[in-house]
Write a protein that binds this ligand. Structure first.
Ligand code: ADP
Ligand code: ZN
Length: 575
């Protein structure tokens, strides 16, 4: 399209103040708005809570005509539309949950020469229907379509998330997101704004390609969370980590917190310990039945429980909870729901009782603190035993070659590298915040942290701890240990959750190959659960199970990819 004049900042700030009562734009909002108003495609990477919606809401107000917003979850669309209507902005959403009457009213408005509507939210599934596409084309032909905004744009990418299984499922669940590529051809010369909070570089490339963005302005906001204070404590230097975390939580009063544990048993143990000490607390993990899980969740969301002690599945787990009600025609995307829908904004403390598996995971999990922008804390308990256990497992997995396609090769090695980023975060002196942000490729100035991490606030104390840790580790080394004792198999949650997922979704998957895979997964899950019951479990068994789970995973993944390719081909030949 022809380049238009840049809309002046003053005019846009006026709109922002008038309609949203914010004093000024934040981060890259203004740049994104000016780009799309001048007709340019834009890729916008902002952390959750960064203010992505303003980037398409202001353009909707700056110009006559309609902004189309593609969003994967009806609950989120409803919220946004309601909030906009309260502000007196004409916004609607289209979904299968609405009455025919409501829909017709929206269509009538769209087809009138001068629609009053400014923002129209739709699911990707609706876009994929020919009826809706025809309507859009008509509006487009009249010059009334201003912008197409694609929220949660990482859903178009196979690299949507580093958590392998989810990555897989999001693709599987959201073929309609992949069909969005056709928008470009069907609606030429309309700028496309892609928005995401996923920082994986591959996602960016994939989104830009899949959506056929042309010479897009690529905007990346800092992932810094200035209201979070980062701290690491060293289990090996503490008399009793359980009492330490208990005292820590109590020192802040009756606050809302999430404590992440690697294993279910320590999850249960810790929750019991905290409860005994008067903390309002519950355990949450995939080993609980779904009724119990949702009641724990409900109580936490409604502030009846203040502290949840959870496996990292907390958050991801909603994928499995909502699968039962997953309906592609309605756009329920449990994947997105897990991240956005369930959060309490007033989480004051996120505590990792074990070492997270990667910086990406750590950022996501600790980032659940302080969504309300108020001062919050991330506390990580580092233990040398925890580290060794993880390294051993990851190392063994890396040694075993996987006879799958090239993409998966080295993925275990990558896990080790990812994990070591977390070790550096804990074991090296220097600003913690700097380490987090640099791992996302950000450049960090010395003053950025402003003493908001333990290493910046008390550098001497942290150095002393690290020295003590070294001697403690050396001592342990001499004592030696030829066997690792595994007390729980909850780190096998991949296989277990996988089978759980697969069982619930078997109606949708259909083919016989898939069903045999599902049986394998169930077998693995069973054997894992069984092994976890014996008091000591040999490392070799554990590794073998892990490898079986992985191989199984890759087999299923390649099957799914074949299916998706089939779907893609059908789509092309069908149009
Ligand atoms: P995201 O979609 O990136 O997670 P939202 O668009 O939901 O973020 O915005 C997060 C919060 O930030 C909202 O409460 C919103 O009102 C607020 N916000 C957005 N832009 C601004 C701004 N320029 N100034 C102040 N607050 C803002
Ligand atoms: Zn710092």
């Amino acid at each position: 399209g022809s380049e238009k004049k840049v809309v002046k900042k003053e005019a846009l700030v006026k709109l922002l103040r008038w309609h949203f009562e914010h004093s000024d734009f934040r981060g890259k909002q203004l740049e994104a708005i000016q780009a799309v108003l001048s007709g340019r495609d834009c890729f916008c990477l902002m952390p959750t809570g960064g203010g992505k919606s303003i980037c398409y809401q202001i353009p909707a107000l700056a110009k006559q005509g309609i902004v189309l917003v593609v969003s994967p979850l009806i609950a989120l669309m409803e919220n946004q539309v309601m909030a906009l209507k309260e502000k007196g902005i004409a916004a609607e959403y289209l979904s299968s949950t609405q009455t025919v009457k409501t829909k017709n009213k929206i269509y009538e408005d769209l087809e009138s020469g001068k629609p009053s509507l400014r923002l129209l939210y739709v699911t990707p599934e609706l876009i994929a229907t020919s009826g809706f596409m025809a309507r859009l084309s008509k509006i487009h032909a009249r010059g009334l379509l201003n912008l197409i905004a694609i929220d949660e744009a990482h859903c178009v990418s196979t690299w949507g998330h580093d958590f392998r299984l989810l990555l897989n499922f999001s693709l599987y669940l959201m073929p309609s997101y992949r069909k969005l590529s056709s928008l470009r051809n069907r609606l030429p010369n309309i700028p496309v704004l892609a928005l995401t909070a996923t920082a994986v570089p591959k996602v960016q490339k994939d989104v830009i390609q899949s959506l056929c963005l042309q010479n897009p302005l690529v905007l990346k906001s800092s992932f810094n969370r200035p209201n979070i204070y980062y701290e690491v404590r060293y289990k090996d230097l503490l008399d009793d980590p359980y009492s330490d975390i208990c005292n820590y939580l109590k020192s802040y009063g009756n606050i809302c917190a999430i404590v992440y544990c690697l294993e279910r048993t320590s999850c249960d143990d810790l929750a019991i310990h905290l409860s005994k000490n008067g903390i309002s607390c519950a355990a949450y993990h995939a080993g609980l039945n779904s009724k119990l899980r949702s009641s724990v969740l409900d109580n936490w969301i409604s502030s009846k429980t203040q502290v949840v002690v959870a496996t990292v599945a907390f958050g991801y787990d909603f994928l499995f909870m909502f699968l039962g009600s997953f309906d592609p025609t309605q756009g329920y995307c449990p994947y997105v729901y897990g991240f956005k829908g369930i959060d309490r904004k007033d989480v004051r403390v996120v505590c990792h009782f074990n070492i997270p598996k990667s910086m990406e995971a750590f950022y996501q999990e600790s980032g659940r603190a302080g969504r309300d922008q108020l001062p919050s804390r991330s506390l990580l308990y580092y233990g040398v035993d925890d580290r060794r256990k993880m390294e051993f497992i990851l190392g063994q997995a890396a040694n075993k070659k996987l006879q799958s396609s090239s993409m998966e090769e080295g993925s275990s090695k990558k896990s080790l590298v990812d994990f070591h980023q977390m070790i550096e975060y804990c074991e090296e002196s220097g600003c913690r915040r700097k380490k987090i942000l640099e791992s996302f490729g950000e450049e960090v100035t010395a003053s950025l942290c402003a003493k908001s991490c333990d290493a910046c606030k008390n550098p001497n104390l942290v150095s002393k701890c690290l020295e003590e840790l070294k001697s403690a580790t050396a001592f342990r080394h001499r004592k030696g240990s030829s066997r690792i004792h595994i007390t729980s198999a909850s780190d096998f949650k991949d296989a277990e959750q996988f089978s759980e997922f697969w069982n619930r979704d078997d109606e949708a998957s259909g083919s016989e190959e898939d069903i045999s895979d599902s049986d394998d997964a169930v077998e693995i899950a069973k054997s894992v659960v069984h092994s976890s019951k014996s008091s000591e479990w040999r490392v070799d068994d554990r590794i073998e199970s892990l490898q079986r789970a992985e191989e199984n995973y890759y087999r299923i993944k390649s099957n799914q990819e074949k299916q998706v390719n089939k779907v893609d081909k059908n789509t092309i030949s069908g149009t």
